[in-house]
Ligand binder design. Sequence first.
Ligand SMILES: Cc1cc2nc3c(=O)[nH]c(=O)nc-3n(C[C@H](O)[C@H](O)[C@H](O)COP(=O)(O)OP(=O)(O)OC[C@H]3O[C@@H](n4cnc5c(N)ncnc54)[C@H](O)[C@@H]3O)c2cc1C
Length: 378
Amino acid sequence: MYFSLTKEQQMIQKEVRNFAKKEIAPHAEEMESTGKYPYGIMKKMAELGYMGIPFPEEYGGMGSDWVSMHLCIEEISRADITLGALLDVTTSVVGQELFVFGTEEQKKKWLVPLAEGREIGAFGLTEPDAGSDAGSLTTEALSEGDEWVLNGTKQFITNIGFKNGSVILVAAKLKNGVIATFIVPKDAEGFVLGPKYEKMAWRASATHEVILKNCRIPKKNLLGDLKHGFSQHLAVLETGRISIAAVAVGAAQACLDESVRYAMDRKQFGKRIFDFQSIQFKLADMALSIELARNEYIKAAWLKDHGKKHAFEATCAKLYASEMAEKVASDAVQIHGGYGYMEECPVSRIYKSVKLLQIVEGTSEVQRILIGRHLAGK
Ligand SMILES: Cc1cc2nc3c(=O)[nH]c(=O)nc-3n(C[C@H](O)[C@H](O)[C@H](O)COP(=O)(O)OP(=O)(O)OC[C@H]3O[C@@H](n4cnc5c(N)ncnc54)[C@H](O)[C@@H]3O)c2cc1C
C-alpha cells in the first residue's frame, strides 16, 4: 500500500488551497451575511476547471480523478462551505450521473457546460412527503407522443436558483410505479421555480422549491433506462456522500486553523490559552478526528478511482465526517470564548453551517441504517 497523493493530486490540492485562501476566504463572511451569490468566484472556479476535474477532456473536464476532485472540494469548503456544496451537487452528483448514464448526445449537450463550469447543475429527489423515504415520491411522468409530461413538487433544491443553474435531474414515477430520471432544463414549458428558502445558514447557496406543472420535455431527455432510474441516482449519491465528507473535513479544518491561531494569541492568567492543557487537548482531539475523517474520504475516493466497491467507506466517511464537523465546530466556538459567539467570528458561521451536513444526501440515521444493512450482509 502506497500512502501518498500522486504528484498531480498534490499539485491540484496546493493550487486550490492557494486559490481558496486568496479568492474565497476573504469573502465568506460577506457572502453569508448578505446572501449574495458569488457569481464572480464561480466564474474563476470554472476557468480553473474545478467543476470538471474527474471528467475526460472531450467532455470539458480536466481528465483527472475523484481523489483530486475531493481534495478540491475540501480546500474550497475550508474557505466557504456553500461553494464546496455547489461542487458536490454539480460535479459529483449531476455531472457524474450524466457521464455514467447519459448517451453521447446527452453528454455533449448537458455534461460539457457543467464540466466547463459555464452552467451549474441540480438534482430533484426530495419532495414535501418524500425525504429519507425517497422511494415514496409522487412526482409523475407520463408518456405523451414524443414527450414526457411531468407533474409534482420538489423540495429543498440546491443550485437551481442560481441564474446559471440551468438544469435539474428529476426523479419521477412512471404509470407502472417505477422511478426514472429525467433531464429537465429550467426553461422547459411548465417548469416553475418556487420561492427561495430562508435558511439558518448557507445563505449564499440557492435553495428553492421546484414545481413541475404539466412540464413538457422531449422523450430523449430520459436519463439512463426506464427501469433503473432510481438505483442509478442512488449510485451517484454514493459519491455525493464522499463529497459531503470532504466538505465536512474542509469546514472542520478551518475551525482548527482559526482555533490554533486564536489560542496562540489569546492570553488569560498571564499565559497563552494554548498552554492550558484542557485547550491543547481539545485542539489535539480536533486534529485527530479531522485526520481520521480525511483518511476515510480519501480512501473511499481512491477505491472509486480504482473501480472497487466503496459504498461502505463512502457511508462511513459521510457519517463520521459530518458528526465530527459539528463537534469540532462546537469546540472551536468554546476555545474562542465569548468572541466565538459573535457573528463576526468565522467559527460561529461554520458552527451554524455544519449541522446541515448531517441532514443532506441522507441523514445520519439513514447512514447508520445503511451500515447496519452492510453488517447484515444485505
Ligand atoms: C439546505 C438543503 C439543501 C438540500 N438540497 C437538496 C437537493 O439539492 N436535492 C434534493 O433532492 N434534496 C435536497 N435536500 C433534501 C435533503 O436531502 C433531505 O432534507 C434529507 O434527505 C432528509 O429528508 P427530510 O428533510 O424529508 O427528513 P425526514 O425524512 O422527514 O426525516 C426526519 C427525521 O427522521 C429521521 N428518519 C427518517 N426515516 C427514518 C428511519 N427509517 N429510521 C430512523 N430515522 C429516520 C431522519 O433521519 C430525520 O432525523 C436538501 C435539504 C436541505 C435542508
